[in-house]
Design a protein around this ligand. Structure first.
Ligand code: HEM
Length: 133
């Protein structure tokens, strides 16, 4: 795998951990800053994954993993606006119900992103490389 692709994945995961820690510690400014950096890193990782995918052929198991991977990518994209909306609501109100909702969307998003990453790595490792790449 391209070291740049692995680096982008590693940076994204580290920033997600920073987002979770700053959220739990109620360090709001650090939380907002790390959220922005995390989404920036996620876009970078998606771009690197797309470049990596150009030299791969998905057949059999890797094709199945690829299809499941895209279902989770779709779920990630559905959860992002819900997460932002619940975070903005929490910044405004801070009620226990709103906090609970943000935590639930955060947990669902983190789980979905980790599954997406795992499937992405698994389908890359099981795919065939295009000859000469
Ligand atoms: C990747 C995206 C995000 C994740 C994974 C995430 C996760 C979390 C977590 C786990 C908490 C701690 C909740 C608790 O234990 O009470 C939290 C708190 C918080 N988050 Fe997020 N969050 C994300 C995005 C956002 C966004 C976009 C906003 C928008 C403004 C936001 C605003 C807040 C606020 C205001 C708090 C409460 C801090 C406090 O207690 O003072 N979050 N977040």
């Amino acid at each position: 795998m391209d070291p740049l692709f692995l680096t982008s994945l590693g940076v994204t995961v580290v920033l997600l951990v920073v987002v979770l820690i700053t959220g739990h510690r109620a360090q709001r400014n650090a939380h907002y800053g790390s959220v922005v950096l995390f989404f920036g890193a996620l876009v970078w990782a998606i771009r690197q994954a797309e470049i990596e995918g150009r030299s791969l052929v998905f057949e059999g198991l890797s094709a199945t993993l690829n299809q499941i991977h895209f279902v989770f990518v779709g779920l990630d994209f559905v959860l992002v606006p819900l997460l932002i909306w619940s975070g903005v609501s929490l910044a405004r109100s801070g009620s226990p119900a709103v906090r609970q909702r943000h935590k639930q969307f955060a947990a669902a998003f983190v789980l979905s992103v980790l599954i997406t990453c795992g499937l992405g790595v698994a389908m890359t490792l099981t795919a065939e490389r295009v000859a000469g790449s």
